[in-house]
Write a protein that binds this ligand. Sequence first.
Ligand SMILES: CC(C)(COP(=O)(O)OP(=O)(O)OC[C@H]1O[C@@H](n2cnc3c(N)ncnc32)[C@H](O)[C@@H]1OP(=O)(O)O)[C@@H](O)C(=O)NCCC(=O)NCCS
Length: 322
Amino acid sequence: MKVEARSTLLEPTAIEEGWQDLRATIWAFPWSRVDHGERAWSKLTCGPVLDLFDRLVKGTAEQGKTLLREVARTLAAELSDESRVTVYEYLYRVFLGELVERHLVHGGLKGCERLLKRRASRILSDASQTGSFPTFDQDEGLIAALCCAGQYVPLHTYHAHLTGVPRSILARTRGADAVRLLAYLAFHMRRFSPVLELHMPKTLRQRLTVEQLTEDYLAASQIIGANPSIHGTYGAAWFFDPVLRTITPSLGEVLAFTAANGALIVCLGTDPSTVADATAKSRTRRQMYEDGTYVPKRYLRLWARRRILQWAKTQTRPGGPQ
Ligand SMILES: CC(C)(COP(=O)(O)OP(=O)(O)OC[C@H]1O[C@@H](n2cnc3c(N)ncnc32)[C@H](O)[C@@H]1OP(=O)(O)O)[C@@H](O)C(=O)NCCC(=O)NCCS
């Protein structure tokens, strides 16, 4: 019997195949510098590599980032560029190997094996092309390592983790937005937790497009579909601001796509990190902010389980989402 890709995520055989695929992908990579990397690592003051990995698994994601940044500083201070590349290769070999042997999936979520394999394949093919792995002083490397340690689930460009909608947001919305938020929480989300919080890396190199977001939300909907306890997605970003329809029309499309498909978007106000993010890449927005004609604001986006799954059904492609 031919079974659709999306529904097989719940089948134990498909889960095991997902891990075997990932294992095969890791083994197929030519880890030619791992021995050199292991020797170089053993001379550092960072301790046994498995202790490091265990701390990543057992701590919080924020603690993990702090730890990995310390490792990055040690590597930068104590090793030549050439040896550092070999140590990163060794660390990725160990981390990916531990992920696959321990079946580490964030929150024990079902249906994540293919997403993990897709991210691992991307890391390995990038490493084949560039000759190096993403370092831990960059978001890309931190997210990759924390996905291996079960702290995040990799989506497409986003990564996600289980959380609750913070009740503090109720105090940050005003007027009609406050009423819409309460109604959406009561009638669509139904509970504050668990929800899937979606994060975008700070260092996204591509442009943000509807096609790219579609891949991310399809990945999120696969996880939500496979895990009945999740009530929807939660996220906050300056690029859901309706004012961008006129200032930056390409990002306005991103907003229109999510809102038209049943997500709730309400304003949470501004703060320095919102201003920094919104003005980081665009000269136009930076100039408008300096002139006082644009104040970046953060917008909350909730997308309730039933609504995102309804949208995902309209996106089914031959063979299911890849
Ligand atoms: C979110 C983000 C990835 C969106 O990037 P984007 O889709 O390229 O859209 P942006 O409007 O931000 O940036 C486009 C700018 O790059 C320019 N640009 C670069 N390459 C371009 C291309 N190939 N085609 C058109 N414009 C291009 C544009 O002219 C525009 O500058 P302008 O507004 O002065 O005209 C980006 O703003 C970013 O990395 N921000 C910082 C981190 C962040 O905010 N993360 C999310 C936290 S919630």
